[in-house]
Design a protein around this ligand. Sequence first.
Ligand SMILES: [Fe+2]
Length: 356
Amino acid sequence: MHDAGVSAPPSRLAPGLRTSLLAVLLLAILLLATDASDARPTADEARGRTRVVVLSDFNESYGSVHYSSNVDGAVARAIALAPDLVISTGDMVAGQRLAPPLDREEVSAMWRAFHRRVSDPLAAAGLAFAVTPGNHDASSGERFRLEREVYREQWLARRPAVEFVDATDYPFQYAFRVGDVLFASLDATYVGHLSHAAKNWLRDLLGKVGPDYRHRVVFSHIPLWPFSVGRESDFLGDPELEEILQHGQVDLHLTGHHHAYYPGYKDGVRYVSQGCLGAAPRPLIGTKEIPARSLVVIDFDPAGPVRVEAYAGPGFAQVIPRSMLPPRIESRRATFVRDDLAASGARAGPGGIPER
Ligand SMILES: [Fe+2]
């Protein structure tokens, strides 16, 4: 015996019921389609809980008040990415000329040009902009005392709207928080080592408040170890600083000066060298290709991973795939392993990082 309620073909249904069933079916299809589109990551979901854009090495030749269109492109892209913070890892102006040294008006003119092209557009977009001194901005060499003085004046007038943890020596050596990330700027404009005072400051900071944060990021102009051709001797090379970064569970050390992007990993710390936006991009050690100008975007995901991606100029919309970068950067005293390869056995992937 048939169960008419189950097997009755639609053609036997009353016209009114058929219309109702059709409406229900259409509604179900519509809801399913809506669910499917909602399941796709939106731009906001792809964005981490905290997003940072890193820009670096903007300057042209000594004393120049000119910037390339790459600088404008990178600033526009940084604004479009709507980060919580923009960091500069130094060399914003073209100081440090020895003969003849630049006078106050020349140095001020360079900063006016930089603010017009970079700081002012970022400020108009409501973005916090945190800087660290480069050798061309504020070298700690005695001969460049005037440039350091002007650098301090310029940035005291443009303090970023962040929650400072220690602003005693802002805009040189200072610390602040954004979300659950601690950021520390080091005054590193000179190769060879970091001062004992600076190392003590960083050790104390990381020891006292570091554990209160989910992530710790240190940024400076000069890197700990070298990345690029022609800059093989321009690094801090300070084993004590390396130990402080490791012991303090620093997730990222962001640096400039080498004009080449590389997301490296060494002994528990991720070291990200920035590409330049201004003159003289340099090949990575062991390679011959001149890299594209680039900016870096860091997303701190709620679940823990920290994603790092670089975008190539002039549009700064195309990701630089890790497969285009060498698997390691080897120099006399250190080897960086590309971060995605260092993650074997840990939870990571392109742009990801092994979690502690
Ligand atoms: Fe530099």
